[in-house]
Design a binder for this molecule. Structure first.
Ligand SMILES: Cc1cc2nc3c(=O)[nH]c(=O)nc-3n(C[C@H](O)[C@H](O)[C@H](O)COP(=O)(O)O)c2cc1C
Length: 239
């Protein structure tokens, strides 16, 4: 694959927050998971496992638990100054983004596989400690799922899983206690015009040779960035 095609795919993948109910082409989930299988992981520990959920009843139960779990997130988010609230929790209630996606990929992991990594990281906090390695591994797999789906012309959403929702999903899907649920990725066709993407400019974030202190952001600049970020990205959430 040429670099321009690769960059095209990288830019094409976007977070999708409303899906059409149309079924996925046959074999697409397997292709997506084949990509995830090739993700990088610390010491090649490959802790991932994937539960593919297409049954409508089960998806609905997962969504119900998700909706309940979001209530307290919204309450906590309301304690922030309005302009800095996460846009997802500062817009009118809409149908859950996952609602019509025909397939959910539940990205799971067995933390015991972390023993593959160097022993010292479990004691000295190397690379942020063993849980950091765990999350990095799982993020890599999740990201490849999203890119593979984009290459197939499909949309995905990276849906973070909190402890309450995780417990409910595990019980619904009969996931063993020792296995963790990292993310849930709905896969389907986008059902709206995707708002323009936003990324910081390359020359703002790259330093050649050494850190260019003229690019160092002040506290005020970070604050401006956060306010601007909210303004620019709110349309991606209020679908
Ligand atoms: C660690 C992580 C957690 C995320 N959690 C969520 C989430 O819970 N819900 C959601 O809609 N998007 C989630 N996202 C997606 C980001 O919001 C999204 O990637 C970002 O806003 C950039 O937009 P884009 O994906 O359309 O380029 C998450 C992404 C990452 C890497």
């Amino acid at each position: 694959m040429e670099i321009d095609s690769f960059l095209g795919l990288v830019r094409k993948r976007r977070s999708i927050r409303r899906f059409k109910p149309d079924p996925l082409p046959e074999g697409s989930v397997e292709k997506i998971l084949e990509a995830a299988r090739w993700a990088m992981s610390g010491a090649n520990g490959q802790p991932w496992e994937f539960v593919v959920v297409s049954d409508a009843d089960t998806r609905e139960k997962i969504i119900q638990a998700y909706t309940e779990g979001r209530r307290h997130i919204k309450i906590i988010e309301q304690t922030r100054v309005q302009e800095l609230r996460h846009p997802y929790f500062d817009c009118p209630e809409t149908e859950p983004s996952l609602k019509y996606a025909p397939v959910f990929i539940v990205v799971c992991a067995d933390p015991r596989a972390l023993q593959a990594t160097v022993l010292s990281s479990h004691f000295y906090g190397g690379e942020g400690g063993p849980m950091a390695t765990f999350y990095k591994n799982m993020a890599n797999a999740t990201q490849l799922i999203c890119f593979a789906a984009a290459a197939l012309g499909l949309g995905t959403q990276w849906v973070s899983v909190n402890a309450t929702w995780e417990a409910q999903v595990k019980s619904l899907l009969k996931i063993p206690q020792v296995i963790a649920v990292h993310t849930i990725v709905p896969v389907g066709y986008p059902d709206y015009k995707i708002p323009p993407p936003y990324r910081r400019k390359l020359d703002e974030i790259v330093h050649y040779g050494e850190y260019d202190s003229s690019k160092a952001r002040t506290d005020e600049q970070i604050q401006d960035f956060l306010y601007n970020l909210r303004r620019r990205t709110t349309p991606s959430y209020s679908i």
